[in-house]
Design a protein around this ligand. Structure first.
Ligand code: NAP
Length: 298
């Protein structure tokens, strides 16, 4: 008993010190990410500002859209945002299954069931649609390495190719923080490769979003991810733009970008930029009339 007490006396302070060291290291990392300045602040803030006016102008142009991966966590939030803002006269929801859709969505939301292994047999679902959103994806845990590559690489690129052939001008992809075609990690490597392969398809406009860890109440059970999200939750409260992104923030940013005009043919939005687009980062916007800078909450 005495030996046990002696051991506890030794172990508990050691464990506590290790825990405090981990928390401090993580906090230091998150602080450095949180205070990292945004690149292209003017570009992002201008895109996020006056969003109501841009939305109204965009609506007048009678655009149409498709959404791939609309049953996923980002996809569901995107649908809510599209329902709230209604920028498109028609929205085709393309997936491997049909779901019960709230009647509030209205007749402009149309579901189409396809077989992604033979997407060229379903070309007509993309006919004449000018804007595409892609939130497709799976995990190695769920689908294995091959299955992951099939969905996150092949399905996305094959669909993009058909969409382009059928008239898609603006393609928007939800990729991931850390995407890098040369990465050792399969996940980030595939994400990076898909981005690169989309670039050479030469859409009139390609918008790539690289969110951090997605914060949401995930419907599907993914215990590892759920544990990670629980650990990150308190940190994301203090450092909201460091490495996490709520799915509704991604969706809001995607719609704001879609209705904004730009000269750029390829845009890449990292995690913090996504928060800025959604209006979660204080922006300095040049006021045209006075030619002075003014802080503005967007
Ligand atoms: N998890 C994260 O923290 C994180 C972070 C950064 C980026 N991302 C990326 O962000 C994107 C969206 O993530 P998410 O969490 O919204 O994804 P999700 O909830 O897993 O949804 C994925 C979507 O892809 C569809 N899909 C999956 N496997 C399919 C298959 N074999 N055939 C046809 N459709 C299939 C799903 O359809 P069903 O509903 O029919 O399955 C669903 O609509 C993904 O590319 C993901 O890699 C995730």
């Amino acid at each position: 008993m005495q030996i046990l007490w002696f051991k506890c006396n030794e172990i508990i302070p050691g464990v506590l010190i290790a825990l405090i060291a981990i928390i401090l290291a993580l906090s230091g990392f998150l602080v450095s990410r949180e205070i990292q300045p945004l690149n292209d602040t003017d570009y992002l803030c201008n895109m996020a500002s006056n969003s109501e006016t841009k939305l109204e102008e965009f609506k007048q142009e009678d655009h149409t859209a498709f959404v791939l991966g609309y049953t996923g966590e980002v996809g569901k939030e995107l649908l809510k945002e599209l329902k709230r803002t209604r920028p498109f006269k028609k929205i085709v929801l393309i997936g491997r299954r049909i779901i019960d859709l709230d009647p509030d969505f209205g007749p402009e939301f149309e579901q189409k069931k396809v077989d992604f292994d033979n997407i060229t047999d379903y070309k007509e679902v993309f006919d004449g649609i000018d804007t595409g959103f892609c939130c497709l994806g799976t995990t190695r845990g769920k689908s294995g390495s091959e299955g992951f590559v099939k969905v996150d690489h092949d399905y996305i690129l094959n669909s993009a190719e058909v969409a382009k052939e059928k008239g898609c001008k603006h393609f928007t992809l939800v990729s991931s923080q850390g995407a890098d075609k040369n990465a050792n990690l399969l996940y980030t490597r595939i994400k990076g490769q898909v981005e690169e392969e989309l670039k050479v398809m030469h859409f009139d406009r390609l918008s790539v979003f690289r969110p951090g860890v997605l914060m949401c109440d995930r419907e599907e059970s993914r215990p590892g991810e759920a544990f990670f999200r629980t650990v990150l939750k308190p940190f994301s409260y203090f450092f909201p733009t460091a490495i996490t992104t709520p799915t509704d923030v991604v969706a809001k940013a995607m719609v704001r970008v879609a209705v904004s005009k730009t000269e750029n043919t390829t845009e890449l939005f990292e995690n913090k930029a996504i928060h800025a687009l959604a209006g979660n980062v204080k922006c300095k916007v040049k006021k045209k009339s006075t030619n002075t800078d003014a802080d503005q909450d967007l």
